[in-house]
Design a protein around this ligand. Structure first.
Ligand SMILES: [Zn+2]
Length: 501
């Protein structure tokens, strides 16, 4: 059997200024993609799905044809040429290798390009057109995907992460590739029901491990364990994506049409019924600083500035918390990270050990201003850091600045903001501080949760704020919650996946 293995990952925030360019992607084409998939072993990274899919396909004796792999940090709308170039490469590879038995496509699932509201649907449609009705196409994607009718109709199965924080990327890759192999061998011929849910809720407002969302996820896992379903996903679309095709959804894969439809509709109705529970209780920044100053538990306080989460497309350039510390003249021992390429370079001119008087943050987002400070440059880095074995994360030229008792890590590129390793790789361990600023929605709970329960979502502003009705949405349906709130949602199957024989 011959399969195409390809990936295109980006989670777009429509409200982040700028464009995501070709240069901003990690890219692997041809043998590079195979080498990457083969050597990039199980880690907490969004690249995990491809290594899992590679393993499944290889063990099944499938000839793997690399269709191209691109992965970017969450960010603004994608330049159209980036998407066009990826599709051109992928379709070129498919044409050269026809006929193929299957395609495993790995995506984030919430992309948007300048002239395309549905990049993943467009990619899947292009693939289907070439490989034909009989070839199997499965998709692995994020729980925060914007699944569309076009995606569902062109795929045989779509498998989203079932965990948030996302600790099951590898398992999701296994699920997508295993279903593809089983279908291509003719062992199963499942039905996939896709039910759209008219709601978007803040990503900081829930996890899959807590009530009430865990009820649905546990039920789905039980139905898989007892053989009722082949697969299920509940997609809570990342809410800062302003596209007319947007929405949350339930996707269920089963051996009968009735079963798939019934469970997908049930999950959709239950999720919609929970909508009011998916919100963050916010605490103002000054109060969190007060708590950190007075805290005697021995644990550190996490000030969760999720509104500046670069996992949700923000830039990581908010210095709002520093502004509060300076205004209060607080001596709290705080640790924070701010993405500010200009300041990182200016620190090189100042030099290690020297005083610096400058401004930090607010260079990209217009939602908050830069913050003036006086401090000392403590260290400079080239920014190539190893947070996980065998993997270099490049933060670009970076600096450490001390302002009062606060340590600022200033970087040129932003990523890994939810990982405790971000601070540790620069030589600072959160456990040695009173307060640590974490710019992530929920993902950080996987690594911070075991160390502290003093976690406070902060009432800050930013491109990933939980106050969704304050954003200038123009494309997504205003009939959706939270723009409209009524109880008359009746779930229906909006699309069926492809069946391959
Ligand atoms: Zn996600």
């Amino acid at each position: 059997m011959k399969f195409i293995l390809a990936g295109f990952h980006e989670e777009v925030n429509s409200f982040t200024p700028g464009r995501t360019t070709w240069e901003q992607y990690f890219k692997a084409f041809g043998q590079d993609e195979i080498d990457f998939a083969a050597t990039h072993q199980r880690e907490i990274a969004s690249t995990d799905m491809i290594s899992a899919a590679y393993k499944v396909l290889t063990e099944a004796g499938v000839t793997i044809v690399p269709g191209g792999y691109m992965n970017s940090q969450s960010g603004p709308i994608i330049e159209q040429s980036v998407l066009d170039r990826f599709i051109e490469h992928l379709t070129g590879v498919i044409k050269e290798n026809l006929p193929v038995d299957g395609v495993v496509l790995l995506v984030h699932g919430a992309a948007q390009a300048e002239r395309c509201e549905d990049p993943e649907g467009t990619i899947l449609e292009a693939i289907r057109r070439l490989v034909g009705e009989k070839a199997v196409i499965t998709v692995g994607c994020d729980l925060h995907s914007c699944i569309t009718e076009k995606m569902a109709e062109n795929a045989n199965a779509i498998c989203g992460y079932q965990e948030y924080p996302h600790i099951d990327m590898y398992e999701t890759g296994l699920r997508a590739a295993t279903l593809a192999v089983r279908m291509a061998r003719g062992e199963i011929n499942p039905y996939m029901a896709y039910v759209k849910i008219p709601m978007i809720v803040p990503a900081s407002g829930y996890t899959t491990g807590t009530e009430p969302f865990c009820q649905i996820m546990n039920e789905g896992k039980r139905l898989i364990a007892d053989g009722t379903l082949y697969d299920f996903s509940v997609f809570q679309m990342q809410p800062w994506l302003d596209v007319s095709v947007g929405g949350s959804s339930a996707v269920v894969v089963a051996d009968s049409k009735e079963k798939a439809a019934a469970v997908a509709k049930d999950f959709a109705a239950r999720l919609y019924g929970m909508r009011h529970a998916f919100k963050s209780d916010l605490t103002d920044v000054d109060t969190i600083i007060d708590i950190a100053e007075k805290n005697t538990t021995g644990k550190f306080v996490v000030l969760n500035d999720f509104a500046d989460s670069s996992n949700a497309g923000a830039i990581g350039d908010s210095a709002q918390v520093l502004a509060h510390i300076l205004k209060k003249r607080s001596d709290v021992r705080a640790l924070m990270y701010i993405n500010d390429p200009g300041l990182a370079l200016r620190c090189r001119e100042v030099g290690v050990g020297n005083p610096i008087k400058d401004k930090v943050g607010g260079w990209c987002s217009t939602l908050y201003p830069p913050v003036a400070f006086e401090g000392k440059v403590k260290a400079l880095f080239d920014g190539d850091m190893s947070m996980v074995k065998g993997n270099v994360s490049s933060f670009g030229p970076s600096a450490v600045i001390q302002v009062r008792n606060t340590i600022l890590i200033v970087t040129t590129r932003h990523h890994a903001n939810g990982r405790i390793g971000l601070y540790r790789c620069f030589g600072y361990d959160p456990v040695n501080f009173d307060m640590v600023v974490v710019k992530a929605c929920t993902s950080f709970r996987a690594s911070y949760g075991p160390l502290t329960d003093l976690i406070y979502p902060a009432d800050t502003v930013g491109p990933a704020s939980s106050n969704l009705t304050a954003f200038p949405f123009t494309h997504i349906s205003k009939k959706f919650y939270p723009f409209t709130d009524n109880d008359d949602f009746v779930p229906e199957v909006n699309a069926w996946g492809k069946q391959n024989f």
